[in-house]
Design a protein around this ligand. Structure first.
Ligand code: SF4
Ligand code: SF4
Length: 311
């Protein structure tokens, strides 16, 4: 069945999906002032993942150890998940039924359920509250993740419904999905923020868990189909801060000369502490990249003939 075939004007508002955040006043996810809706689920495992709470499709119990005052109340309301081993708070997430009793009981706000089911109608009403800011700044709404294409029907309904309100819609994607998803949402997406994490296929696999063949194929197909695309290139020291990678980026920009341009996104350390808080696998930590360093790579892309966007 084609994506969106089941979605009608009558049922579109009721379509639900799994999200983990709605961020207002975002200025780094496309043009102008934006609201970014983050969908859960991602098939990649980037070593530097900046949104580790978006990887799992399911809800997740987050625990901020630095906020915990070891009062033990959570262990009273939910002893199967919370216990103390020699004074150390142990969280057994496998036993968690996501009822949130411990979250409500924790006065220190050290616990949180990350992720919720939300309907297209609900999200559209939330994002429409900021309409005047979009209009005043040539901004709009960005759908991000995780990888939004992991929930194709929900994504389709969401971008279609927001577009109906005459709002600029951007979609951030790794491009690692069946092309049919990108094709289905294309009429409702004004700008694709398309990741280009690594141009070497083997290194791409090493850094993200998948190679970039499908991603590049989808990029070329999307471009041929007339999409407006901005390439987003994370810069991580010791991984992709290499001349051949940035030559590769410039080559893509030259090959598809109608691309809006290339944007370089320097790694920031926030992700590692987020992963800790979520009780997710500890990520490798990389050095924070100073502005001058990312500017140097931006200049390189320009020098190699690529079109650059500086935000
Ligand atoms: S694509 Fe994004 S959400 Fe998925 S693992 Fe990579 S950085 Fe994280
Ligand atoms: S209720 Fe909150 S502060 Fe108290 S032990 Fe549990 S997580 Fe820590």
């Amino acid at each position: 069945m084609k994506i969106g075939e089941d979605i009608t004007d009558e049922n579109i508002q009721r379509k639900t999906g799994s999200i983990f955040n709605i961020q207002f006043f975002s200025v780094h996810d496309g043009p102008g002032i934006r609201t970014t809706v983050f969908l859960k689920g991602c098939p990649l495992r980037c070593l530097w993942c900046h949104n580790p709470e978006g990887i799992k499709k399911q809800k997740h119990l987050a625990f901020a150890e630095r906020k915990c005052i070891n009062c033990g109340v959570c262990a009273q309301v939910c002893p199967q998940v919370h216990s103390f081993d020699g004074g150390k708070h142990v969280v057994n997430r496998a036993a968690c039924a996501m009822r949130g009793a411990c979250v409500d009981a924790c006065a220190a706000r050290a616990l949180e359920i990350v992720g919720r089911e939300a309907s297209v109608g609900e999200i559209t009403s939330e994002v429409m509250r900021e309409k005047r800011f979009y209009e005043g700044s040539a901004g709009g709404v960005t759908v991000s993740g995780g990888e939004p294409s992991m929930q194709p029907e929900f994504l389709f309904a969401l971008v279609k419904n927001i577009k109906k309100e005459n709002i600029h819609v951007a979609l951030e994607s790794s491009g690692f999905c069946d092309y049919s998803v990108l094709e289905a949402v294309l009429p409702y997406v004004d700008l694709f923020l398309y990741d280009c994490k690594e141009t070497d296929p083997e290194l791409h696999r090493k850094f993200t868990g998948v190679d970039n063949k499908l991603i590049l194929e989808n990029l070329r197909n999307l471009y041929k189909a007339g999409a407006r695309i901005r390439l987003r290139c994370p810069l991580v020291r010791g991984l992709n801060d290499r001349d051949d990678h940035f030559r590769g980026i410039a080559a893509l920009s030259k090959e598809m000369d109608g691309l809006e341009g290339v944007e370089i996104l320097p790694y920031h350390k926030l992700a590692a502490s987020k992963a800790d808080r979520m009780g997710l696998e500890r990520q490798d930590e990389y050095e924070q990249i100073p502005r001058e360093e990312s500017d140097r790579w931006t200049d390189k892309v320009r020098e190699y003939g690529g079109r650059v966007i500086v935000s």
